[in-house]
Design a protein around this ligand. Structure first.
Ligand code: PEP
Ligand code: MN
Length: 341
């Protein structure tokens, strides 16, 4: 439910409504806009009667939230949420590019990739230290050693780090190193992990499950927000369809749909969608044109020898080339690409 205040409502009108809601057992979330204040409410008690609020001083309208998800809905918070990643604003006017290897392999590989992606225009470094692999016999990641390597690359380049956390028990460890905790597609409905990430005070990158609807992704995000963490970035990374010429099918429509239904930033992962380097740049450009807030792209200094996802990882040269085109499309969209500082 949302209480829309009149544009001339006073501070005491607003605090009066907040107090009234609290006395009804609700948790009010006021947002002060340029013109008026709106107060989002999660219905704490079944059957609470909000009609009495209609006559309260300063109240213009009481609107029920129609969606199953509440805190992530645009009805609840009309303005875009901007997630601050150590000074890099995701969801603001600038388009943000995150790039780096699928998995951390060694110091040299990560540092080479970090320097090159920064030079090419990325402003956040990606790299998996804990890898959720389809086969138990595949490389599972370097673990904490990998996190230490990412931190060394961050110290040298100044790029914040996004890295995956695969279980609730690992949230404290990964939080020590990461600037953004990534929840992978395979874990989108791992509710214990979502709740654990809701209790931290660091941004979370939530990837869409490969067999999940947009609504299921928004419900997953609701777990994080309702546990107290509002800093969530959504990521569309391709879904399973009958089409098998790409690894997954990039659901580009998810971008405008999410923009309409949620205030959270949405970025695209063209690498896991395409599954092949050849198709990555086209999908990345489509993301910019569709109005996404950024990209997360796999880049490797030597894709042929990568331990993980080499076929879909761009070489440093290809990434640089792609970034030139991204800047052109972003400029056409009136949305500059954020440069690393
Ligand atoms: C990844 O980012 O390397 C990854 C495992 O992605 P996803 O969870 O989207 O498969
Ligand atoms: Mn990968």
């Amino acid at each position: 439910m949302i209480v829309v205040m009149k544009s001339d409502a006073t501070m005491s009108d607003i605090s009066g409504v907040i107090k009234a809601l609290e006395s009804m057992g609700c948790k009010p979330h006021p947002t002060r806009g340029a013109d008026r204040t709106i107060i989002g409410v999660i219905d704490a008690r079944q059957g609470a009667d909000f009609t009495q609020l209609e006559g309260t001083p300063g109240v213009e309208q009481v609107i029920p939230i129609t969606k199953a998800y509440k805190m992530v809905s645009r009805e609840f918070r009309p303005q875009n949420t901007v997630v601050n990643v150590n000074g890099v604003a995701v969801g603001g006017p600038e388009f943000v590019v995150m790039a780096g290897p699928c998995a951390v392999e060694n110091r040299e590989q990560v540092l080479t990739a970090a320097r090159a992606v920064k030079e090419a225009g990325a402003s956040i470094l990606r790299g998996g230290a804990f890898k959720p692999r389809t086969s138990p016999y595949s490389f599972q990641g370097l673990g904490e050693e990998g996190l230490k390597i990412l931190l060394a690359a961050k110290r040298e380049t100044g790029l914040p780090i996004v890295t995956e956390v695969i279980s609730p028990e690992l949230v404290p460890l990964v939080s020590e190193y990461a600037d953004v905790l990534q929840i992978g597609a395979r874990n989108m409905q791992n509710y214990a992990l979502l709740e654990a990430c809701g209790k931290i005070r660091k941004p979370v990158l939530l990837k869409r499950g490969m067999m999940s609807t947009v609504e299921e992704m928004l419900m997953a995000a609701e777990y994080i927000l309702s546990n107290g963490n509002q800093q969530v970035i959504l990521c569309e990374r391709g879904i399973r369809t009958f089409e098998n010429s790409t690894r997954n099918t990039l659901d580009i429509s998810a971008v405008p749909v999410i923009k309409r239904n949620s205030h959270l930033p949405i970025i695209i992962d063209p690498s896991h969608a395409a599954g092949h380097t050849e198709f990555v740049p086209a999908l990345a450009l489509a993301a910019v044109a569709a109005g996404a807030d950024g990209l997360i792209v796999e880049v490797h200094p030597c894709p042929e020898t990568a331990w993980c996802d080499g076929v879909q990882s761009l070489s440093l040269e290809k990434f640089n080339e792609m970034m030139t085109n991204i800047r052109a499309v972003a400029a056409a969209m009136g949305r500059p690409v954020r440069a690393a500082v």
